[in-house]
Design a protein around this ligand. Sequence first.
Ligand code: DGJ
Length: 735
Amino acid sequence: MKLRNYLLLTLTASIGLPMMAKTSSPIIVSTDDTEIVMTVAENGNLVYNYYGKKFNNVNPYLTKQYREQPDNGAGFAPQAYPAYGGFVTITPALKLVHADGSHTTHLKYDSHKVTKTGDGVTRTDICLKDPLYNIALTLFYTSYDKENVITESAMLTNNEGGLLTIENLASTYLPLHADSYYLTHFHGVWATEMQLVEEQLHPGIKSVESKRGVQATQTANPAFLLSLNGPAREDSGDVYGGALAWSGNYKLTFEQDECGRMNVVGGVNDFASTYHLNTGESLTTPEMVWTFSNEGRGKVSRNLHDWIRNHALAHADMERPVVLNSWEGAYMNFDEKTITDMIDDAAKIGVEMFVLDDGWFGNGEYARNSDHAGLGDWQVNTQKLPRGIDYLAKHAVKKGLKFGIWIEPEMVNPKSQLAESHPEWIVKSGDRDKLQIRQQWILDLTNPAVQDFVVKTFDDVLALSPDISYVKWDANRFVTDFGSEYLPADRQSHFWIDYTKGLYDVYDRIRAAHPEVMIQLCSSGGARLDMGALKYHDEFWTSDNTNSLDRIRIQNSTNLFYPAIATASHVSTSPNHQTGMMAPLKYRFDVAMSGRLGLELQPKHLNEEEWGFAKEAIATYKKIRPIVQFGDLYRLKNPEDGTGWASHQYVAKDGKEAVFFAYSLKYHGRTTFFQTRLKGLDPNKQYRITELNKKDWPSFYGDGKVFPGDYLMNEGISLGIGNNFDSTVLHIQEI
Ligand code: DGJ
């Protein structure tokens, strides 16, 4: 007998575990190319056997050979959802204090059911119970066949007849076994979001988390890659992609244990978040979105982009308009004519949507002329805009544009009528002074009255004009000294979860009432970018950093998970307002055109030559827009790898067209040249390549010529883009 089996049997016998004979067939959650396998062990544990590439023929876990292994499902095998208790000593997915004060929980398989919930979408619900305590833990796995995505969440129900204290209730647990593990995660700060780090994990615990609420993704993002047996490669190797769909505090732990196993636990952060359930009550976690690829991280991105476009983004089949946003072009210093002039210019240059940013509301001493006053008072500033928003929106429509408007409805300036009339609505820790960030406080969304106010704000703002078709929803600070006047003293730790649930209730109500409106997800740029919020929105403001050179890296990281159609990417002025860097207009357009193109400038500051270039580039973008917004992303050169170039391609779903982008990130010397192979084309087809946004001369020697797909994907192309701020955009069309 193998030593391990002997140890397990001895332990089992000596500790006297109940040997439940509850075995059933494996539970298999599968997509077109991947599968999760779980089995019920003899002791009743639900064992997590496998998540990876789908087996070729018969799933081996269905065979007699596997089921007869002597250690099948003994106490140490990883459980699908490890609760603290028994042999579980890793960071658990579940930690409870039962009504009688006990800290241990043993979850045993009870039942499961499989339901087809849509075309290619299946839900598997697995119910686990503790033989000693009357609780039920239900795991929900939803599998999306063609996108190869599986989401997981959990629901805990208390039927103990007393108060249940939840110290941790994770969305997901994943055990993996490999020789080495490499984690790609992201750090950042305002205007420097999504800075990529890839590191090898070692024994011990690595955690990625937020304790900030509201701006939970400014300093880190709940999306990550986990690569086995080496750093993540683009087109080969086993890579897991995970992203938590939650817009509040989160925690992802990666724990390499004494067996060399990697244990991933992800969900709402347990920090200061103890949650109580009375008997009969339930708590459901947010979803963890998983995908697996044995063809590198490129496929992880394409899987997630498809899933977001098919299941987690508003109006995902609609081409996004080219936007002019007023912020960097006017800030809060505008009057009616400033805005109508901008709209007129926007119309002339080919823009399709004008968005009026911050500064249009508040009156008298609370006029929003700076960030010191006005937040909360959502009435039009009659001095700046005497004929109201409707006049501006109608003006835009008359010029052939749509009209959008900015709001920040969760926030309040101390200098506002709202702060004076509803001090009880403001997040605070008892009598402690409330800290201000950007001169503002946060409204307490745990309070239903505040939720109603935010919904009403949205309704009232839309009622300013029937021609408002887009709303930019901002949130410019994080939570400090949390606390709620609404929640009772012994429920203050519910704040973090209830705030986010309150936000989602608000989003649900708004979406039900205004299904047609486009909404941009913004929080000082990308400080609230997660799959939970994204599904209510049409797009996100990627970063307040509009400097093209920085945007290449920010967008590259962001687009590992989130698709180009939702990545608002605006051409701003030079020198750049955030960084002071100067960059040619062509470079700025070439970068912005690889996302959802927009402008973030005062058009009248463009000189004649720039105006002509911008107008043509916008017209060009409209031609390639369906490929960028609906195509498959292939990364060709990684801006993080130190070569000083970045390049990627979007390929239309039918494979007939592609758009190629390449950027130089530094001066390369006279003799080094850019070379790359293209991807995603048909080797047996011929393609004409046309260079777009050409400035003085083409950077591609084959501009206008025809090449076999085979040549493009094996020999590749070279470009003359060796200087700082050189860039190339190519349109590749099958002939
Ligand atoms: C932060 C956003 O990211 C900016 O685009 C702009 O809307 C400002 N807030 C306005 O206050």
